[in-house]
Design a binder for this molecule. Structure first.
Ligand SMILES: CC(C)(COP(=O)(O)OP(=O)(O)OC[C@H]1O[C@@H](n2cnc3c(N)ncnc32)[C@H](O)[C@@H]1OP(=O)(O)O)[C@@H](O)C(=O)NCCC(=O)NCCS
Length: 184
């Protein structure tokens, strides 16, 4: 069998994962995970096909412009696309922005294997060593314990809780925690 990873060009590789720019072939699996109520529990809505397409286009645009985005992520051994982990410019209005944040979203079947942590560590290393960024933030709605656990696991520190301006009309998820890690 020809490995599915053969034609994929990875910017970052970990022991088990490949991180890369997005491909047209990611549209179907990304759209499927964006329709999963558990994956999207802490987001304002499920993404329809058009939303997913727009998200991918925004990531490709960031990758081409800045050299990074929330990277599409595959398991190297199988070539299976399992979601994303990466870094992204955030420009909404708050006391923490503009900044670069780190984020993750995996399909359910991939949860609980340490993948988000493994990929996020590689992204931090890339951000500090290659991009020479000085600090990275991470944001999650206050009840998202899984996301907060990843932040802690990769060495980030809690700094604040705030009402996210993009979620201000959604009382269930507007309150967000902020974590941060510095280069040093
Ligand atoms: C959050 C998410 C990315 C975690 O991915 P993952 O690959 O399962 O995370 P890891 O396996 O690296 O786990 C890291 C730590 O978090 C813990 N953890 C994971 N999910 C958890 C949960 N729901 N509650 C509490 N702890 C959790 C793990 O136990 C692990 O700690 P341990 O090694 O001490 O046991 C994944 O659950 C997801 O995609 N969720 C939906 C999308 C989302 O909410 N994204 C974040 C938006 S801010």
């Amino acid at each position: 069998m020809i490995p599915l990873t053969k034609n994929k060009k990875y910017l970052l590789k970990t022991e088990r994962l490949g991180l890369r720019n997005w491909l047209p072939s990611d549209e179907a699996p990304f759209s499927e995970m964006s329709q999963d109520k558990e994956v999207m529990k802490y987001f304002p809505k499920l993404l329809n096909k058009e939303d997913s397409k727009n998200f991918i286009a925004r990531m490709q645009n960031n990758f081409e412009t800045y050299g990074f985005c929330y990277f599409a992520m595959d398991i190297l051994e199988s070539g299976e696309f399992i979601g994303f982990t990466g870094i992204l410019h955030q420009n909404y209005k708050s006391k923490f922005t503009p900044c670069v944040d780190i984020g993750w979203r995996l399909k359910k079947s991939a949860w609980g294997n340490g993948f988000a942590t493994e990929a996020a560590m590689a992204c931090l290393d890339f951000a500090f060593s290659e991009l020479e960024l000085n600090e990275i933030y991470s944001f999650a709605t206050i009840n998202n314990k899984g996301s907060e656990a990843v932040m802690k696991k990769i060495g980030m520190n809690y700094i604040d809780t705030f009402n996210h301006p993009s979620l201000i009309n959604n009382k269930d998820i507007k309150k967000c925690i902020v974590y941060k890690i510095n280069k040093t």
